[in-house]
Design a protein around this ligand. Structure first.
Ligand code: AQP
Length: 339
């Protein structure tokens, strides 16, 4: 074995939809992890704009949010030389592999997806085929790059399991083609809940802006949103997600921001009232986000710089993706292009 093979880093793929401004759910569940992994893995982080089209987007906002996600990737510390940071629609192999994988995915599997059920009840006037097919495009994203690991929040675990099933099915029919990806779910922060409805996940496309905290919310807004967070009629700061969903969610957020364990947080806030605790959580989050916001503000208008990163990264991604796609086309029996 050459030294090259022995030292080969495992590959990571993950993505974020530019379907709105990113929340602290996206941050603690995904982004914060991305930066932590960049030294130990070969990382490919995508801005999955095609996924966003499954829900109606204002074209101008979609473009702006795509740049915004890139600037946040950079502001949270991702090095554009070391990581591949690109926009999904710039590499057409995603859509192409997605078509092939559609033919290896069953309707029954897709209809069991909880995100499809949630989103179709939320967007009853627009239950489009893309919404149903979302997990197959996600499988194509991951499998194209032969990713070993996929860092995601808990909400994407079911989709990732489906990606594994599709890859395994394809491999069994045609011989080994895809690496079977493993989920990489953070121990804390993997499911940040809504501040007003703590039994629901915090989402960037929520209509009530008091339900979420944005990564780019000003300091005072962050504190105000936490002060308004729903709690319960007791007085004790105790972790019990079933009976004390609001307080437990705040404890999880505080733990994600400070690195303290839940047991230590229970001790630290023993005898302290809810009002004071909410302010402490708000301050911990706002202080963590402050340097990210400053970096973001210095980058977001540097369009030439951002476009240069998008171009370089898409070229790198295209190269990796084409290799897998050609292999797949050959295996299923498509005649290779002669030009
Ligand atoms: N509330 C959350 N807690 C922890 N992790 C979360 N993620 C999303 N919400 C939470 C993780 O963030 C990554 C990017 O998610 P996405 O934008 O691709 O799609 P999503 O999961 O559908 O996120 P949203 O915010 O709920 O978007 P909308 O409202 O557009 O559907 C993923 O790794 C996800 O797990």
């Amino acid at each position: 074995m050459t030294e090259d093979i022995i030292n080969k880093k495992k590959r990571i793929f993950s993505g974020i939809q530019p379907s709105g401004n990113l929340t602290i759910g996206n941050y603690f569940g995904a982004l914060k992890n991305f930066g932590a992994l960049q030294n130990d893995y070969e990382c490919i982080y995508c801005i999955v704009d095609l996924h966003s089209l499954t829900v109606r987007q204002e074209p101008k906002n979609l473009r702006q949010h795509s740049y915004s996600v890139l600037a946040l990737y950079l502001a949270t510390g991702l090095d554009p030389e070391q990581n591949t940071l690109f926009i999904q629609s710039h590499v057409s192999a995603h859509a192409e592999l997605s078509w092939i994988l559609n033919c290896y995915t069953y309707m029954g599997e897709l209809s069991r997806m909880t995100q499809f059920k949630d989103k179709s009840s939320k967007h009853a006037d627009n239950i489009n085929a893309g919404l149903f097919d979302y997990p197959v495009l996600m499988a194509a994203d991951i499998l194209l790059y032969q990713a070993d690991l996929v860092p995601v929040g808990q909400d994407q675990k079911q989709h990732l399991e489906l990606s594994r099933d599709i890859a395994d099915r394809f491999n069994k029919i045609y011989s080994d083609t895809f690496v079977i990806p493993e989920p990489y779910i953070p121990k804390v922060g993997n499911k940040i809940m809504s501040l007003q409805e703590p039994e629901r996940k915090m989402s960037k496309s929520d209509e009530n802006e008091n339900n979420f905290v944005l990564i780019l919310d000003p300091y005072d807004t962050i504190i105000r949103k936490f002060k308004r967070a729903v709690t319960d009629s007791e007085k004790e700061i105790r972790f019990d997600p079933v009976n004390k969903a609001g307080i437990s969610n705040l404890m999880g957020i505080y733990s994600s921001a400070t690195g303290k364990s839940i047991a230590d947080i229970e001790k630290e806030f023993s005898g302290i009232n809810y009002g004071e605790f909410k302010i402490a959580v708000g301050e911990a989050v706002a202080n963590e986000l402050k340097p990210i916001q400053e970096k973001y503000n210095s980058l977001i208008n540097e369009k030439d710089y951002l476009n240069e990163i998008l171009k370089d990264s898409a070229q790198r991604a295209e190269h990796m993706a084409r290799k897998t796609l050609s292999k797949v086309y050959r295996k299923v029996g498509l005649v290779p292009r002669q030009f």
